[in-house]
Write a protein that binds this ligand. Sequence first.
Ligand SMILES: [Fe+2]
Length: 353
Amino acid sequence: MGSAVLGMDAVRKLSSINSRRQQISAASDLSLRRRLPRVLVVDDNPNTMSLMRDLLATRGYDVVAVPDAAQAEAEILRHPPDVVLSDVVMPGKSGYELCREMKENPATRLVPFILITGLSEREDRVRGIEAGADDFLNKPIFPEELFARVKSLIKLKEFTDELETAESVLCTLGLSVESRDPYTEGHCERLAENATNLGRHLLLEEEEIIALRRGGYLHDLGKIAVPDDILKKGADLTSEEWLVMKRHPITGETICRPLKSLRLVLPIIRNHHEHFNGSGYPDALSGQQIPLLARILQVVDVYDALRTARPYKPALNHEQAAITMREEARKGLWDDELVVEFFAMLERQRQVA
Ligand SMILES: [Fe+2]
């Protein structure tokens, strides 16, 4: 009997192995399977709407179809989709407006948005790009093109979701470092808020504002490697203890470096203890050599530290903190211009309130 021909026993054994394999594969499929990707279709034409809904349903997507932007917004609030497919011209808000609003909202800006446009309407595309659309689909709709667009953008959404998760883990770690010192409660959140406000006051780009917010949570992440007795001592550290403490900017930068999305946050983490006159650490940078975002976070950080009581010092009121910071800026510790801008911003906030 040739080796290609199997006896009954061997066939039985093989089919039992195959069936076992299928069970294992089904079980691991189940355990690995995520929820169905959710697609939101927005189109006032009932025929197009039901065509897209039915086509996408055949590929296993969880599809919700609505006829206008108002209902789309309600649906997005109720259950955020993984991708939006929207017509341009609809009663009420247009597809452009819906897209622009989603892209301006931090909660929905990462949801991919596909605009459905006419074949030859180049102007539609230019307006769509300006509104922040991620991709376009031509009318008439070809199923294979629809599937390809939706599939690739859902993959992209999966990657950005994973990235967001990694970032939020790091920010949570930053908060856990803060919680080790009971005197710094709420410090990260105040820093994130004041730093983004100062960034907006200085008319920085949106990606820089986002970096400042993350910097508020991540700037002291490296303190995770500083032992409790040094961290809680605060003042009167020995020279050896200072050496350990002064490593935290580089430790924090090393932890965050693998995440490309934190590229703009790294200089904040590394250089938030530099001094304008070059007497700070870890790189002894001076003046404009210190990255702007690091100088911004530093000004906000110093103000918050002065306004907070510690075991070794009382909290200053706003006026006392302002006098101290201006004095320290004159002595060369902080960026004088940024200190002036920061207090101008706080003053404006106080007037508005
Ligand atoms: Fe620090």
